[in-house]
Write a protein that binds this ligand. Sequence first.
Ligand SMILES: [Zn+2]
Length: 362
Amino acid sequence: MSHTSRRLGMAGAVLTAVAIAASPAGAGSAVAGTECFDRAREPYTSQVDSHLHFRPFGGPAIGFEELTGYLNKSGVRHASMYGIGQMLPVNSPCTYYLNCPGTPVVPSMKNDFANAENYLAAKPKDPELAVSMTFMDLNHPETIPPGIALYDKEFPGVFRWAGEVNLVKQALFPNHHTAATSENIKNWAPFMKVLRDRGIPITIHSDLGNNAEQTKYLPLMEQTLRLYPANKIVWAHMGLSKELTTMDPDRHIKIMKRLLDKYPDLTLDLSWRVLEDNYFSKPGVREKYAAFFDRYPTRAIPGTDFVASRDKDYNTYAQELEVTSRINKALNDRAFRDIALGENYYRLLNLKESAPRVCGAA
Ligand SMILES: [Zn+2]
């Protein structure tokens, strides 16, 4: 090979690499139906982020354009634009509630308004964003329908998701949060009807339990599913948390299967690196969960649970996306397409988009 042709060859390789990196479709979905996704050559990171907090608990946020830039750069083409279900008071120096026990945190409309305004100013097509109502205080359900009415007036048609909202989140107990009661859950009926009528999914954070009492709060989630079986309920983190790190995976999977079988509109949210760190990464456990998702390929959606506080940058986002996507590598082609390439997410939102098929898949 001559000097010249070697250099040209190099340039060609560089150009190809640039073209792949710059292609937002990264995935070969540019021409739907004519190209396929090659799992051997293309990234295993999820192409949708269904659980992304554009607003922090307190303090400054990463700018909207910067954050959507992170998504472009990492091949995430669709995301749900969450506010945050628990805000610190404006006069608090805290950016993370765990650092400030005793400081009350409450749901707020402020972050939803900020998200809606940023969204309307930019209306990005790539990434495409589903703005979410995060203000809902499940312990005070009577405040929710008037809140939705206010959003309808100020931002008609903008909000297409609800959540992440907290049914029970033990990590917030030191900050005056208490679990919603059975009575509260009954009183959700009016706002759950609005969500149902509009086909809006709701992501509910509901801890399954803790290491001492592993299914302590399961009855609350079961009551929710029983009372609202036709709502598109998304169970954040499959009920797992930093408080519940030692559950037997077989026991956990068995509970998930039972509820998925009983409630066809239930979807599991696989966001948060706690799932990888405390469950999927342990010896023998990844295979168990992969087999579970392979059997229920249409019932889970991916997400990072990244919280956009200003002390983070692209590297943090890229890392959280990579860690929460490791489970994708263990999935079969069908589950990979449905979960990682976004088919389930698209269907949940009634988007016209469809995920590319995986090369060689049946
Ligand atoms: Zn979250």
